[in-house]
Design a protein. Structure first.
Length: 161
């Protein structure tokens, strides 16, 4: 898609980050679940010791999507990046912004040399499940939340296309 960029978030983006997190909560049928404040996001993401990072999708200078992620450590495989949230605002879905955010997240994972990326997806979110399957991600789990993972080999295979 033309006229879009993917970039790292900064503290000036927090209001828009929170707006997108609330939009995602509404989509996931949990409209009152977001309790975090702008102040907490600034402190935890843009302070001396950031606890998360965030990529933003901009279209014509408007923030329309995000990939929100945190480092993790697995006792079985070591360094892991956890994709907490991936969202493109409803009016911009289907235009390639989600794949751009996803790809940039995986590029960051590869740059860091992590052994795995992982995230969750709701079992009723069939379009997201199909999207992840098409990229080679492995989807496990029998409960409402499905665990989605890609190891280094799958990341490299996806990024080589």
């Amino acid at each position: 898609m033309e006229n879009h960029i993917i970039r790292k978030a900064n503290s000036f983006d927090v209001k828009e980050i929170l707006r997108l997190l609330i939009e995602l909560a509404v989509y996931e049928k949990e409209p009152d679940a977001v309790k975090i404040t702008e102040e907490e996001l600034i402190r935890d993401g843009f302070g001396a010791t950031p606890r998360f990072e965030c990529l933003l999708a901009e279209f014509n200078s408007e923030i329309v999507g995000l990939a929100f992620y945190t480092p993790r450590y697995s006792t079985w495989v070591g360094d892991t990046l956890h994709l907490e949230d991936l969202i493109v605002t409803e009016k911009m879905r289907g235009k390639g912004l989600g794949i751009s955010l996803y790809r940039e997240f995986l590029i960051e994972a590869k740059r860091r040399g992590v052994n795995r990326v992982e995230w969750s997806v709701l079992d009723w979110n069939k379009s997201a499940i199909e999207f992840y399957k098409k990229t080679g991600a492995i989807i496990d789990g029998l409960e409402q939340w499905k665990i989605v993972r890609m190891n280094k080999e799958i990341i490299n295979k996806f990024l080589s296309n």
